[in-house]
Design a protein around this ligand. Structure first.
Ligand code: ATP
Length: 417
């Protein structure tokens, strides 16, 4: 049975490595809700990994606390604690002398599961991450590609069904295409499992794609902004965040919404074999100049304009122009925009399962939708900011400011979400 997420609270979490004058992580305060994916993103060396490893106590905090479902974990036995927290890292961290199955089975075995239950779980986990158990179970890690190793790493992290999953650049070591697939897999898994995930990356696009919320971290893990990807793109809190988010924020935003989220607009359709006068009448009665001809299985095959129908004499299957590219209802707005921009007449048919007609999008309509979306994001982000400002603590007296500035900002941002 799936153990779904647990809330995580970091309170004034600080790490000063021995011999360092400055802490590497300075007073991080934030809350990750149960079942949420929060991504820590920030420049190299800002303390993302250190913050993450303090959650499962691979690194002991110098001060501050971590609470999981309200319980302070700094008092727990670290080994016991780590059994309840999945952990996936960039190099996959697989033991080279153990097979795939043995690697995945490690934590369930330590937790005392029966051999039968462990074997069933290994099979289930391999299927979950898209690897054929028969083919991969008995392989050693050296006989896997980088992407396959990372999948096994994720399977191992999930094997004991922990409510919390920590992921430290888990897809950092693979090519961009495989990385995209692994990200899609994680999104799919997360829709099913609803774990609480803290994910570290320095790739802002990855953060935008995967995070329910993103914590943009600056030096010493100071929280520069903690908000939804939409709000961060629409309204970066300061120059550091906008510099980090980079150019093209509006285009990045288009990746966050899929056509199906918006409801795909329809367009008039005709079926092969329908009488021509009936088809002409339908197009005349519609507000548009063009319709889609569907084949016997309901798949769009040709675009028909009024003039095509006026001159049509033979079967409709030879009238008009063939449907070139189509997009599915799962396409992101960016993919849909790309498709209409490359179509010579600025429209594209949308399909559902089995290529069946689901609607059509046009350049003008899509641009209007995108403008509306960006304006709504800006409105919401401004609203968030006003809320944050109204809950910000009273200004610190000048003499104490230097000592607590980082902490106070972390508190204000952390409580905002
Ligand atoms: N074991 C350690 N001993 C001393 N200093 C350390 C140790 N681990 C990390 N640091 C220092 O702490 C700071 C933060 O490191 P950390 O690995 O947490 O950053 P990061 O944001 O995850 O970086 P990256 O994106 O490059 O992995 C760095 O200045 C690093 O040199």
């Amino acid at each position: 049975m799936a153990d779904t997420g647990a809330a995580i609270e970091l309170v004034g979490l600080t790490k000063r490595y021995p011999g360092d004058r400055q802490p590497s992580v300075d007073g991080v305060t934030l809350r990750v809700d149960a079942g949420e994916t929060v991504v820590f993103v920030g420049p190299s060396g800002c303390g993302k990994s250190t913050t993450l490893k303090m959650i499962n106590r691979l690194i002991e905090p110098s001060s501050g606390s971590v609470r999981i479902n309200g319980e302070d974990v700094t008092g727990l036995d670290p080994v016991e604690l780590r059994r309840g927290i999945g952990y996936a890292i960039q190099s996959s961290g697989l033991f080279p002398h153990l097979t795939v199955a043995q690697n995945i089975a490690l934590v369930p075995r330590m937790a005392g599961w029966s051999g039968r239950r462990v074997r069933a779980r290994v099979t289930e986990m391999l299927e979950l991450v898209g690897l054929d158990p028969g083919e991969f179970r008995d392989r050693y890690p050296r006989r896997l590609s980088g992407g396959q190793q990372q999948r096994v790493g994720v399977a191992r992290a999930l094997a004991a069904d922990p409510p919390v999953l920590l992921m430290d650049e888990p897809f950092g070591a693979v090519d961009p295409v495989t990385r995209g697939h692994l990200q899609d897999e994680l999104l799919r898994l997360q829709r099913e499992l609803r774990k609480t995930i803290v994910f570290v990356t320095h790739d802002v696009d990855e953060a935008i794609k995967l995070g329910d919320r993103i914590a943009v971290l600056g030096e010493r893990s100071r929280i520069a902004q903690f908000d939804t990807p939409e709000a961060i793109l629409a309204h970066p809190a300061d120059a550091f965040v906008s510099g980090f988010v980079g150019s093209g924020a509006a285009l990045k935003r288009l990746d966050l919404t899929r056509l199906r989220d918006l409801g795909v607009p329809g367009c008039p359709t005709a079926h092969q074999g329908e009488p021509l006068p009936q088809v002409r009448a339908r197009l005349r009665a519609s507000a548009t100049d063009e319709m889609l001809l569907l084949d016997r299985r309901g798949r769009p095959v040709r675009w028909l304009r009024r003039a095509d129908l006026t001159h049509a004499e033979g079967p409709l299957t030879e009238a008009g122009t063939p449907v070139g590219g189509t997009v599915t209802r799962d396409a992101t707005l960016r993919e849909a925009l790309e498709a209409v921009l490359t179509d010579s007449t600025g429209r594209v048919a949308v399909t559902g399962p089995n290529g069946v007609y689901a609607g059509a999008v046009r350049l003008e309509g899509l641009l209007g939708t995108v403008r509306g979306l960006l304006a709504a994001d800006r409105g919401r982000a401004r609203e968030h900011q006003r809320e944050r400002e109204s809950t910000r603590p009273e200004p610190t007296p000048p003499e104490a400011e230097g000592a607590t500035a980082g902490r106070a900002e972390g508190d204000a941002m952390g409580s905002a979400g």
